[in-house]
Ligand binder design. Structure first.
Ligand code: ARG
Length: 566
């Protein structure tokens, strides 16, 4: 509401200056910190600079122009170098509440992505390793971005680019042949394979020749050694089963599971193209592409002929451009792969294509446990499934204590536990490392997912058994700061969603929801919602109803369920 009014003032004023005076000026529109000065404030410095007239003349000129726009404004006045505007709070508030009330889960829908395609590459665990909490970030950020982009009208295509090819399978095969036992593996595939992988690295410290053996085994795989390929296929299926357990729990799905191996037969043509464009050169038996002074070269083919991660990604990006006609492709991958994606973009440039600016590395920080990175190699691995189960159990205990007679306790505990984990992640700006504390995340108070669910429940119980007559409300109430503050926040939902989409940052929505919930809880402590005065009561109910619309839909955009009772 204020957002859209601000935009209107900005664009109308800019258009006016362009049309009437042939001036190209960027008009800034702000919100004064102190609401008693006005709701919107337009600094006049840029106009003074260009028009070279005294400030009072400029401000009164601007006031006349803005008055001519016929906007819902009650007062407009000059204060020094600013034009301060008081908006018609009653009219605007009524519009916001009606909009939320009639649109419900469609409130906040945007059309900024209409007709545009976005391909998202996320989750992408490496098979034969257990699905670690490190992959949670990619999964949750990617899933939330998909939901946010859809809400903004984009067509999305989500890809789980499984790490199902590469030298690690050579290691796995060597380890299996040396120390593995088929029966043991079949009983507990991922754990046993992880054990073998860890053992390989340990042994290779003392016997570096194991690395050569692994390279040879991988080469055999690339040459389609049937025994190795069978083993690989089986490992891939078992791993996917484990990952799917987690996706099912989190209710996440993908449009495609085409992983790295899918591109095995699609690399040759890319390599030929690099050759034809004279970009490929030999370097100690390997094939590389120079990418300039500011970046190490890209290793395209190893000296033993083995294929590489970057080569597969290069083949994949061309395939996807053709197949999905993306306007943007988002790679939700950790900070440690920054260089990889810079190289990918540079390669696309060097080959003479013009779409490298559509490639975005949606980077994120590490997940730390006690200050240390979780890794599969050292065996210091945190299993996501275990973490989720633990959170669900903790949620169950809390619910059981607070509300022992609750129906569907198991389902509620599942939603609350997942909310705890997901929100603890998404509330942080994604670029940062996260130190994760499960006990804090599950709490019903503080900056947590369960706190938001709890706020929504509170509103549900207030609304229970009440009819809201949106046409019989007391508009004067919106002149009170704590009312208007809440309306204003509700009105910002759409612009928050759009910002989250543009900045590829779910944390914008998460933080905004915390602010909204805090503002609601303050309102709740100040007002008797079920007031004796029917008009006041209707106003209160319509207002908290709109807050619930935003919390519930906002949670959905993060990949979290709301609950009606907990
Ligand atoms: N499997 C990789 C990893 O876990 C992530 C893949 C990311 N996507 C991509 N197109 N490179 O490190």
């Amino acid at each position: 509401m204020i957002e859209s009014l601000k935009n209107q003032i900005k664009s109308k004023l800019e258009q006016y200056l362009k049309k009437e005076m042939n001036l190209d000026i960027d008009i800034v529109v702000e919100e004064p910190k102190n609401a008693s000065l006005g709701d919107i404030s337009v600094p006049m410095f840029s106009l003074v600079k260009v028009l070279r007239k005294p400030m009072p003349e400029i401000t009164s000129f601007a006031i006349d122009v803005i008055k001519g726009f016929n906007l819902p404004i009650t007062e407009i006045k000059a204060m020094g170098a600013y034009v301060n505007i008081f908006i018609d709070k009653k009219k605007l508030s009524l519009n916001v509440l009606k909009e939320a009330y009639t649109n419900n889960e469609n409130y906040g829908n945007s059309e900024i992505g209409k007709g545009k395609n976005v391909t998202l590459d996320y989750s992408s665990p490496n098979i034969a390793k257990s699905f670690s909490i490190g992959h949670l970030r990619s999964t949750m950020i990617g899933n939330s971005l998909k939901l946010i982009l859809k809400k903004c009208g984009f067509n999305t295509y989500s890809i789980n680019y499984l790490g199902d090819w590469g030298t690690q399978f050579g290691k796995m095969i060597v380890a299996y042949k040396k120390w593995g036992d088929l029966e043991t593996i079949k009983n507990d595939p991922i754990n046993e394979l992880t054990r073998l992988y860890v053992k390989f690295h340990k042994e290779a410290e003392a016997q570096p020749e194991l690395e050569d053996e692994a390279r040879e085994a991988f080469r055999q795989m690339e040459l389609k050694n049937p025994e190795y390929l069978d083993l690989w296929k089986w490992i891939r299926e078992e791993s996917l089963k484990e990952s799917k357990q987690i996706y099912d729990l989190l209710e996440i799905d993908f449009d495609s599971y085409n992983g790295e191996a899918f591109y095995n037969d699609k690399m040759d043509s890319v390599i030929t193209e690099l050759e034809n464009k004279n970009l490929l050169k030999e370097d100690n038996g390997a094939m590389i592409v120079d990418l300039g002074d500011d970046m190490p070269p890209a290793l395209i083919k190893r000296s033993d002929g083995g294929s590489l991660y970057i080569t597969r990604d290069l083949a994949a990006v061309f395939y996807r451009k053709k197949e999905y006609k993306f306007d943007k492709i988002l790679y939700v991958v950790g900070n440690e792969q920054k260089l990889h994606f810079e190289q990918l973009k540079r390669l696309v440039d060097k080959m003479g294509y013009d779409f490298s600016n559509e490639i975005t590395h949606v980077n994120f920080g590490l997940y730390l446990t006690n200050g240390k990175k979780a890794s599969t190699r050292s065996g210091n691995v945190v299993k996501l499934y275990d973490v989720l189960t633990k959170a669900i159990n903790l949620a169950y205990n809390q619910i059981n204590e607070k509300n022992p007679n609750l129906k569907d306790k198991d389902l509620v505990a599942k939603y609350v536990g997942i909310a705890a984990i997901v929100f603890a992640d998404l509330k942080n700006f994604r670029g940062l490392d996260i130190e994760f504390n499960i006990d804090d995340a599950v709490k019903f108070e503080g900056q947590t997912g369960p706190y938001l669910q709890y706020s929504s429940c509170r509103i549900t119980s207030i609304l229970k058994g009440n009819e809201i007559d949106i046409n019989n409300i007391d508009l004067d109430l919106f002149l009170k700061p704590h009312y208007f503050e809440l309306v204003k926040l509700v009105s910002q939902f759409k612009s928050m969603i759009e910002r989250a989409a543009i900045e590829t940052s779910p944390s914008i929505i998460a933080k905004y929801l915390l602010q909204l919930a805090a503002s609601f809880n303050k309102f709740y402590s100040l007002e008797k919602i079920n007031n004796e005065d029917i008009k006041v009561k209707n106003t209160n109910l319509a207002l908290v109803y709109s807050v619930r619309v935003v919390i519930n839909e906002g949670l959905r955009l993060l990949g979290i369920h709301y609950v009606d009772e907990m």
